[in-house]
Design a protein around this ligand. Structure first.
Ligand code: C2E
Ligand code: CA
Ligand code: CA
Ligand code: CA
Length: 281
């Protein structure tokens, strides 16, 4: 909170100018990034708070920029959305995720009940073919829908259109589960939990950062878990970066966690190695 709003009253700064130049450079090279093979899917594992067993992983997009190296999606998702490139890239990502999942299952590296989460951006709600493309990928691969979780943020639900409800229900009909991402950071309305067919709540990592010594953060996480459980939802805590936080989450009754304690997001081969090592233990 200390640094928040630092630039609010500045009209010019070298930082802002650099940021705007960055956006132009990114936009210019984004168009062909997928065709040039510069996109890659990274994975972050998720584990059961009590047993430590892996229950799934989250797919996270990465861009190997020719001159700038590896770039996080926070730097280019907005532009993918503006240019609608988000749609072909997300379709490609879904195919990558499904083939990774099937490979890991075939190699005996994953629990049969494990799932993979993918992030859905607000723009994709307006994609008329979204459900069809999920259905097609599931049919072609033979993957059961239950193996997939889509993560949506509260800003998607804010629109509150009947088509959002229809879309989520159609995904549920395919067996796909729904997670509400970054819970507690947006325009949280508890009505969402009632109105939409949600299976998981992801506690935003901003609540996890100081949870060991900040009483407010602990109270919020405790309350979210109680609320979720009374609605029969499971809770995933994000941003868990040390073992003491897992112990605290056990005390609070949280179900699952992910974070740097398990792994920094890594590519398919590295993830397979990690799953393999975990299996040997
Ligand atoms: P998110 O969905 O909240 O994803 C979690 C982010 O937290 C990831 O950043 C991950 O690397 C980071 N993280 C995980 N554990 C820790 C930890 O212990 N400590 C800290 N400090 N950070 C941790 P990443 O990969 O840079 O992704 C940023 C955001 O970009 C994601 O936030 C998500 O909103 C979006 N995103 C990523 N991939 C996709 C995608 O394929 N499609 C869409 N639409 N959005 C995506
Ligand atoms: Ca997410
Ligand atoms: Ca999140
Ligand atoms: Ca986030």
């Amino acid at each position: 909170a200390k640094s928040e709003g630092r630039n609010n009253y500045q009209f010019y700064s070298p930082e802002l100018e650099r940021a705007s130049k960055d956006r132009t450079i990114i936009r210019n090279s984004l168009h062909n990034a997928l065709d040039r093979g510069e996109m890659e899917v990274y994975y972050q594992l998720q584990a059961d708070v009590n047993s430590g067993r892996y229950v799934g992983s989250e797919a996270l997009l990465r861009w190997h920029h020719p001159t700038r190296g590896l770039i996080s999606p926070t730097k280019f998702i907005a532009q993918l959305e503006e240019t609608r490139l988000i749609i072909p890239i997300s379709h490609w990502l879904l195919q990558q995720v499904v083939s990774a999942y099937l490979q890991w299952q075939a190699d005996g590296l994953l629990d049969p009940a494990a799932h993979i989460s993918i992030n859905l951006s607000p723009r994709q709600l307006y994609d008329q073919h979204l459900v069809k493309s999920f259905e097609q990928v599931l049919n072609e691969s033979g993957l059961p829908g239950e193996a997939l979780v889509v993560e949506i943020t509260e800003s998607i639900l804010l629109e509150e259109s009947p088509s959002t409800l229809k879309l989520l229900s159609d995904l549920k009909d395919l067996g796909i589960q729904i997670a509400l991402d970054d819970f507690g950071t947006g325009y949280s309305s508890l009505t969402y939990l009632k109105r939409y067919p949600i299976d998981y709540i992801k506690v935003d990592r901003s609540f996890m950062r100081d949870i060991l010594f900040n009483q407010d953060d602990e109270s919020i996480v405790r309350a979210v878990i109680a609320l979720a459980h009374s609605l029969k939802l499971k809770v995933i805590a994000e941003g868990v970066d040390n073992h003491e936080k897992v112990v605290r989450l056990q005390e609070l009754g949280c179900d699952y966690f992910q974070g740097y304690l398990l792994n920094k997001p890594m590519n398919m081969a590295q993830t397979a190695n990690l799953l393999f090592k975990h299996k040997q233990q």
